[in-house]
Every structure is written in C-alpha cells, then in structure tokens.
Design a binder for this molecule. Structure first.
Ligand code: ADP
Ligand code: ZN
Length: 285
C-alpha cells in the first residue's frame, strides 16, 4: 500500500492506494498550524498498517537539497507557523518508511508526466496559477533542480500597457505571481477573481503575463508540453488567451509542437498532485 500527501498552503490532501495506484481512501482538511495539521495526517495514515512508502508534495519554498542540513524543511514561506519547519523529519519520526519529498508542483508535474497529459512525452512543465504561481519541470524522467527547486512563479515580467497595478508579491512586488496570481485580481478590483466576467480585460492582462513566462520557460527548457492548472485557469477563456499571446510573443523564433498540444490543461485535473505523490512513494521503494 502507498501513501501520498499533497500539502497545499490552503488545504492538505492525504490518500492511500494499492501498488497499482488505485486510490483506496482520500481525505482533505485545511492547512492550520504544523502540529495540528500533522496530527490529522498521522490520524489518517495510522489506520493503514501495511503502508510501504509515502510521497509528499509540499507547498514551499522547501529544501530538497540532500546535502543541506535543512533537507526536508519548509523554508522561507510567508506562512509563518511553517517557516523552518522540519516537515519530512516529523514524518520520518512517526513512520520509519521510505519517503519521497518534493514540491507540490513537482508532484503534480510527475503525475501528469507518468499518467496524465504528458504520458507520451519525455519532458513537460506543470504550472499552477492559483493563490500563488508555481511550476515544476521534468526532463527525461528527472525533476529539473539543482541547489534548490525552481521558483517559476517569481520571474520578472514587463507590465501590460493598460495595467497600473503595483503587484503584491512580498518579496518582488511585481513579479509574475505578484501580477497574475488569483489574489492580484481581487486586489485590483475588490472582488474575487471568480466573480469577474469572462470578457473583462483583466483576463487579457493576466494572459499577457502568463504568456511571457511561458515564452521564457520555452526558451530555457524547450519542453514538449506545458500544462496549466490552478483556479485562475478554470476561467475557460484563459487557455486560448494565453496561447494567442504566447504565439505573438514567441514570434516563431523557435519551433514548438502544435500549440494545442503544447499548452494544455492537466488531464488528471485536481488529482495531478496526489497521483504524483503516490508515484513518488512508489519510486522511493
Ligand atoms: P490554491 O492555489 O490555494 O491551491 P486554487 O488553485 O483553487 O487554490 O486557486 C485559488 C485562486 O484561484 C484564488 O485566488 C481564486 O480567486 C482563484 N480562482 C478560483 N476559481 C476561479 C475561477 N473560476 N476564475 C478565476 N479565478 C478563480
Ligand atoms: Zn515574487
């Protein structure tokens, strides 16, 4: 039996599956303090005695560098209760099992790469556009990472002509996340992103920022596929707006696969992260 945790900044999802990744049980609860949240995690997994491994995809930034003293920690997160919390260490104290440890977006990327929309590809990027923006990449079966994991949401973009919003990233103000994550819409207009009309100019503006990012990722990594998930992308017009802006900005400089198979939605939907966690658990055996 395999276990997985999708540890989000808003909610945690835990699941167990058989060795073939068929999910047996899945629970979800809000992310509160580390102590309270892990108590719920333990309560869930404690009932499964023949658990063989656990895969964790966590919100971050996290330390994934095996040579680091803080490997397994949540590091510079704005969620203060979780800052410098030894997440993996606490899990290992409780369960003497092999564990996989990576970012939430890397886990979702792995899910899509192995059993989702990139199952026939050797490389892909997964980007979520939700409360924050984060991305993970896999090239030839390996996560793209080095000293740390990528932070694709905090790259710098040029402002849209019609946008005078100053941005809300506490570190960079007007980075991609500061300008194009879901809360940026509410900060501009005072109402939630999901309550704004589909033909409002904001979607065009967000698409412009996201397309710039996708051009950068394309130029640096040349992936076979870019998968866009997260709450903001559930605006159905967004995908086409992003593709259109992307095509203009890339200006045919490099060859890419057909645009409709290049920029796509996650075929696992919001199961990508938990499937990735289970795959990570299986890999750790
Ligand atoms: P999280 O990033 O916390 O895991 P989501 O991916 O659901 O969760 O992202 C939440 C963000 O997406 C919020 O800022 C919310 O306003 C925005 N959002 C959710 N649904 C929609 C929608 N249908 N249209 C536009 N924005 C949305
Ligand atoms: Zn930033």
């Amino acid at each position: 039996m395999l276990g997985a945790i999708e540890a989000g900044g808003t909610k945690f999802v835990c699941a167990v599956s058989d060795e073939d990744l068929n999910i047996i049980e899945r629970v979800s609860f809000p992310t509160t303090t580390p102590e309270e949240t892990l108590e719920k995690v333990f309560h869930f997994f404690d009932t499964y005695e023949d658990l063989k491994a656990i895969g964790i995809g966590s919100f971050g930034p996290i330390d994934i560098n095996k040579h680091s003293k803080k490997y397994g920690y949540v590091t510079s997160t704005p969620k203060l209760a979780w800052k410098n919390f030894d997440f993996l260490g606490e899990m290992k104290k409780h369960y003497p099992l092999p564990m996989g440890w990576t970012t939430d977006v890397n886990a979702a990327c792995l899910g899509e790469y192995e059993v989702g929309s990139a199952a026939n590809n050797d490389s892909c990027i997964y980007l979520t556009v939700g409360t924050g923006i984060g991305g993970g990449a896999i090239m030839n079966g390996r996560f793209v990472e080095g000293f740390g994991h990528p932070e694709m949401g905090h790259i710098l973009v040029k402002p849209h002509q019609k946008d005078d919003f100053e941005g809300w990233c506490p570190y960079h103000r007007n980075c991609l996340e500061g300008l194009a994550a879901g809360p940026s819409v509410e900060k501009r207009y005072g109402i939630k992103a999901q309550e704004i009309d589909a033909d409002h100019e904001i979607w065009q503006i967000l698409a412009y920022y996201l397309a710039q990012a996708l051009v950068d990722y394309t130029l640096i990594l040349r992936p076979e596929k870019i998968i866009l998930g997260g709450g903001v992308m559930s605006q159905i017009q967004m995908l086409d707006l992003v593709k259109k802006e992307f095509t203009t900005l890339l200006a045919n400089y490099v060859e890419i696969p057909d645009i409709h198979s290049y920029i796509v939605r996650p075929s696992l939907g919001n199961n990508a992260g938990i499937m990735g966690g289970l795959l990570l658990a299986r890999k750790s055996l």
